[in-house]
Design a protein around this ligand. Structure first.
Ligand SMILES: NC(=O)C1=CN([C@@H]2O[C@H](COP(=O)(O)OP(=O)(O)OC[C@H]3O[C@@H](n4cnc5c(N)ncnc54)[C@H](OP(=O)(O)O)[C@@H]3O)[C@@H](O)[C@H]2O)C=CC1
Ligand SMILES: CC(=O)N[C@@H](CCC(=O)OP(=O)(O)O)C(=O)O
Length: 357
């Protein structure tokens, strides 16, 4: 923390922030949050280089017309020359593109990667699920997971969690850590289409997605499975198994994850565990008994809403989690991590108030 730019940042000598992949969904959402950040508004943080891949040379307004203060910015190339000279560099690039950039940037630059390149600790997991060489493991940008917040304070390399792992981990971590479930968990999570990024894919055409809901990567085939398992395994000595089924829904944003695990606890006991675990967390809210989460209630916010109950006939804990995949699921977690890295208030620039209806 002693080296964090917060200690020297002023409007005369501000924190300079670059966003690589600014034409994409994650990059755009990071910029939306930065524009509302108090340090941006009082001049202690400035938005420097914005970059893209094939769309370098175009203006930001072509991709994000909602980001009016930056609309006329021209996107640069995603390379060292453009990204050097910044205090913070956010990477919103496809998997496999972050390491080559990160290794060229000085160790003192805070590099925050929204991709998966530095999330997994086991090289074998990386090779199995993503292919190619494993770039390494960085501090994991989920402060709510026990033991992670302290590693983010003053960090200069941060791996932002995947969106599904954020919902499943926050939904299951207190129960696994308290030992009130067998860590043999099932997760069925519905996501909006922005989770897939802006890439042109025939299965993401409006006419394929609208008016229809479909599962994909079924049978343990989704690459977020090892990330969820890795997170829960930090909380127990027991062997963890994860069955994860993602579902695509015809909505732009949001994730609703229904997570279950065998338990003998009562609903009141389970709820007490969650209320205690998240009592001091600014973004994770355990809803009152009888209230269920919905994606609409968290859109645009960094909040995670949880409903905790027990299906006593089946003997399973049921936790339903809602979050915005682009906010707490990516860009919000990235900005929350930046705040911790720089010594800024953790919640700065991040709202718990959703956009509804
Ligand atoms: N969308 C989501 O909900 C989440 C996304 N993430 C991760 O964040 C990262 C970005 O995702 P997202 O914003 O959705 O993806 P998008 O497809 O929307 O954006 C990708 C960005 O990367 C740029 N890019 C693509 N190829 C290259 C290249 N070869 N060199 C340099 N830049 C390139 C694109 O520029 P151009 O416009 O020029 O092609 C664009 O700016 C991914 O790693 C993703 O997995 C993580 C959690 C959730
Ligand atoms: C709807 C949809 O397609 N979602 C994406 C999730 C992407 C994401 O959040 O995470 P990564 O950074 O790990 O890619 C998917 O299933 O691959």
């Amino acid at each position: 923390m002693g080296n964090s730019p917060e200690f020297t940042a002023t409007a005369q000598s501000p924190i300079r922030v670059a966003v690589a992949g600014a034409s994409g969904y994650a990059g755009g959402e990071i910029l939306r949050l930065l524009l509302g950040h108090p340090a941006y508004q009082d001049g202690r943080l400035v938005v420097g280089a914005l970059t893209a891949g094939g769309n370098a040379g175009a203006k930001l307004r072509e991709f994000h017309p909602h980001l009016l203060p930056l609309a006329d910015r021209v996107l640069g190339a995603t390379d060292f020359d453009t990204l050097s000279g910044h205090d913070v560099v956010f990477l919103g690039l496809p998997h496999g593109h972050s390491a080559v950039i990160a290794e060229q940037l000085p160790d003192t630059t805070v590099v925050i990667d929204c991709g998966a390149d530095f999330r997994l600790s086991e090289s074998a997991d990386w090779q199995r699920w993503y292919g190619g060489d494993h770039a390494g493991t960085w501090p994991y940008g989920m402060p709510e997971l026990p033991g992670k917040r302290e590693h983010l304070i003053g960090a200069t390399r941060i791996a932002v969690p995947g969106c599904y792992p954020t919902s499943a981990t926050l939904a299951l971590a207190p129960a696994v850590a308290a030992g009130i479930v067998e860590p043999a968990v099932h997760v069925v999570a519905v996501s909006g289409t922005s989770g897939a990024g802006k890439s042109l894919r025939a299965d993401l055409l409006g006419s394929e997605v609208m008016g229809s809901v479909r599962a994909y990567a079924v049978g343990g085939a989704h690459r977020h499975t090892p990330e969820i398992k890795q997170n829960l395994a930090t909380l127990t000595d027991a062997a963890v198994s994860v069955s994860f089924t993602p579902v695509l829904a015809p909505m732009p944003r949001g994730i609703l994850a229904t997570c279950t695990a065998p338990t003998t606890a009562t609903a009141d006991e389970a709820r007490a565990v969650y209320e205690k675990a998240y009592a001091d967390e600014p973004f994770v809210h355990v809803l009152p008994e009888g209230t269920l989460p919905s994606t609409g209630a968290v859109l645009g916010s960094n909040a995670v809403h949880l409903a905790v109950t027990v299906d006593s006939d089946a003997g399973v804990l049921v936790v339903v989690a809602a979050l915005d995949n682009l906010t707490k699921g990516t860009a919000g977690a990235a900005v929350q991590s930046m705040n911790l890295a720089l010594g800024l208030p953790e919640t700065a620039g991040l709202s718990t108030v959703g956009v509804a209806p």
